[in-house]
Design a protein around this ligand. Structure first.
Ligand code: SAM
Ligand code: DTB
Ligand code: SF4
Length: 343
């Protein structure tokens, strides 16, 4: 067996299904071993989210409380001012976040929105935070403009397996997502790309999501695994809840198929016990969203997270400035060997 797991982008569905079907402790052991090849398992990257433009979205994503067409009680608001965003970013930094992610409930930004978002990015970056944005579909020109403003990461999820996608979203195609990701990579930004589980998909379809992520031209730098937050008024409210061990299995398989990526334990943490979160960290999750709110729904409060880190002996990953670029502390060797696959 090689000392370090090779980076592959030729994963077969059956291989990932076989991982998901391993005895639980064997799967965790394998994932934990892969985790240690590239990371200090005591370090967790910490990102804070802010909804800079909430609600009123024209899309029909069946999980989303911000879609205009569902009656979820989320009120639509305009794009926040740069000063208001900066205040939140300062608070996030003071609370210990290393990355600040700005989300907008857009299908895609209008060209006239880009300079406003670019100003936010420039100023947040000047605080010494890594920057991330999630604004919907991007054109190549828009991606380049955001990169020039200093955007480090762009979050755009595949959300689910290609064959389950049509059950969840009808207003844009799976291929549109691949196209945006390709614009983001071409502009030289890092990709944050994952999905949601617990939407009624099968285990084979969870394997399909992981296969689609791992077989992208480059593994996403960051892979958010969201557990569906069921919001009253959305079509997915009332979906049978995913078994907790199945969720941990998904995290473990993500760690194995994308060994150098940050696997983020994302939405859904608020309703998870500390013990379940600990299992996720043991299975190779090494990133979280931190702060009382995600975009419109709740997240554990910072005191609870800090207490959990202390109980588990985990540390927030530091941010170090190198040659004008901000990198998470322990990823220097990864920066030197990007996650493009040899194949
Ligand atoms: N509008 C942009 C877009 O769709 O790309 C950016 C924001 S959107 C809210 C970002 C991601 O949040 C979605 O792709 C989805 O994976 C996740 N998300 C949204 N609602 C969620 C929910 N109720 N539970 C879990 N994840 C959710
Ligand atoms: C991601 O994968 N999860 C985050 C972030 N990227 C933008 C969003 C989760 C949203 C959960 C529902 C809400 O708070 O509105
Ligand atoms: Fe709109 Fe994004 Fe929500 Fe879909 S996930 S409805 S695109 S805000």
């Amino acid at each position: 067996m090689p000392a370090v797991s090779p980076l592959r982008n030729d994963w077969q569905r059956a291989e990932i299904e076989a991982l998901l079907a391993l005895p639980f402790t064997e799967l965790l052991h394998r994932a934990a071993s892969v985790h240690r090849e590239h990371f200090d398992p005591a370090e967790v990257q910490v990102s804070t989210l802010l909804s800079v433009k909430t609600g009123g979205c024209p899309e029909d994503c069946a999980y989303c409380p911000q879609a205009q067409r569902y009656h979820t009680g989320v009120e639509a608001s305009k794009l926040m001012s740069t000063e208001a965003v900066l205040e939140k970013a300062r608070q996030a930094k003071a609370a210990g976040a290393s990355r600040f992610c700005m989300g907008a409930a857009w299908r895609s930004p209008k060209d006239r929105d880009i300079p406003k978002v670019a100003a936010m990015i420039r100023e947040v970056k000047a605080l010494g935070l890594e920057t991330c944005a999630t604004l919907g579909m991007l054109s190549g020109t828009q991606a380049t403009a955001l990169k020039s403003a200093g955007l480090d990461y762009y979050n755009h999820n595949l959300d689910t397996a290609p064959e389950f996608y049509g059950e969840v979203i009808h207003t844009r195609e799976f291929q549109d997502r691949l196209d945006t990701l390709s614009h983001v990579r071409d502009a030289g930004m890092k990709t944050c790309c994952g999905g949601i589980v617990g939407m009624g998909e099968s285990r084979a379809q969870r394997a399909g999501l992981l296969q689609a992520l791992a077989n992208l031209p480059a593994h996403p730098d960051s892979v958010p695994i969201n557990r569906l937050v069921q919001v009253e008024g959305t079509p997915l409210a009332g979906t049978a809840e995913l078994d907790a061990f199945e969720f941990v299995r998904t995290i473990a398989a993500a760690r194995i198929v994308m060994p150098q990526s940050m696997v983020r334990l994302s939405a859904g943490r608020e309703s998870m016990s500390d013990e379940l979160q600990a299992l996720c960290f043991a299975a190779g999750a090494n990133s979280i969203f931190y702060g009382e709110k995600l975009l419109t729904t709740g997240n554990p409060d910072t005191e609870r997270d800090m207490a959990l880190f202390a109980r588990l002996g985990l540390r927030p990953m530091a941010v170090v400035e190198t040659a004008g670029t901000v990198h998470a502390g322990i990823v220097e060797d990864i920066v030197a060997s990007p996650r493009s696959c040899a194949a």
